[in-house]
Write a protein that binds this ligand. Structure first.
Ligand SMILES: [Zn+2]
Length: 312
């Protein structure tokens, strides 16, 4: 049984996950990052002990998925805007001391990619990319069954590759990166720029709202959906041209409306991937849903220390 921890900017989840990826028990708490790193560490340890007790399962390892840049080898948290004051804290050492078991730390998108590759839609795919499209765009890349890592273990930011250099400025410093054009907030921002606020007609508040209005026939929301499908398709086309993976799995809140986007996205892929066998890359929907984060954190442990490999 693996103790799994998912650390996000607003909440921390901890749970017990078995070797089939089944979550036996789950507890959650607000992140409250301002209480400091040591405080968070002791709260995470208490959550894992509680989950372990409730599941009546001793923990033989701890897997952690954490937002933002982390060092997967040293276990140290990098500079994360959502976790002020945590920089330099060592999650792996702290929990390893507490539970006397091996600890694996991964970026949360990489952990979710490992979860989908091992226990979800990517099972059996040797070259697999997981993309999550919600308030941002992130993902992880599995090559030849192993998580792809960049220099010094760096996590590649596929959501911030530039699609349109004349596009809107992103917090990352680039103009027109994929996230800035195709995330949920990007849909809302574009629609607002097209739709002056009218009294009695509030602008859509989020991507789901836009999709629902498009289904009901709202013309501008339909255009926002078409634009989303176009930019989604362009980003996917770039990934297919560069990696020619066996499959790409799409997850995240915006993909709850995937049926509105996928036909157009496939057309964009067809138009832009002339040099590679794009038709062989399967476009799948991620299958772990809300379990992806915790299952992924556990899968990160199996990937690092276990016998089985994601696509062996
Ligand atoms: Zn960006």
């Amino acid at each position: 049984m693996i103790g799994a921890v998912d650390i996000g900017g607003t909440k921390i989840a901890a749970g017990i996950v078995d070797e089939q990826g089944v979550i036996l028990c789950r507890v959650e708490s607000p992140t409250d990052p301002e209480r400091g790193f040591e405080d968070a560490l002791s709260r995470i340890a208490a959550m894992l002990r509680e989950a372990s007790g409730r599941a009546r399962a001793p923990i033989s390892g701890v897997g952690i998925g954490c937002t933002g840049p982390i060092d997967p080898f040293s276990g140290v948290v990098g500079k994360v805007d959502f976790l002020p004051g945590w920089e330099g804290g060592n999650l792996a050492d702290g929990l390893g001391r507490e539970f006397k078991v091996p600890v694996a730390l991964e970026n949360d998108a990489d952990a979710a990619a490992l979860g989908e590759a091992g226990w979800g839609s990517g099972r059996g795919k040797r070259n697999f990319i997981y993309v999550t499209i919600s308030t941002g765009i992130g993902g992880g890349i599995i090559l030849d069954g192993m998580l792809y890592r960049g220099v010094d273990g760096a996590h590649p930011e596929i959501g911030h590759h530039v699609i349109d250099a004349s596009g809107p400025l992103c917090f990352c410093g680039a103009h027109g990166c994929w996230e800035r054009l195709a995330s949920g907030p990007a849909m809302v921002d574009w629609l607002k720029s097209q739709l002056p606020a009218q009294e009695g007609h509030p602008a859509p508040s989020d991507a789901r709202d836009i999709c629902e209005r498009a289904v009901r026939g709202d013309e501008r929301c339909t255009r926002a959906v078409e634009r989303e499908a176009f930019y989604l398709g362009l980003g996917l086309a770039n990934l297919i041209t560069m990696f020619t993976p066996d499959a790409i799995a799409l997850g995240g809140g915006v993909m709850k409306s995937a049926h509105l986007f996928l036909d157009r996205a496939r057309e964009v892929i067809r138009q832009n991937c002339g040099l590679v066998p794009f038709e062989k890359t399967e476009l799948l929907l991620a299958s772990l849903g809300p379990d992806a984060a915790l299952a992924g954190a556990a899968r990160a442990w199996f990937h690092r220390f276990g016998q089985d490999r994601p696509s062996a």
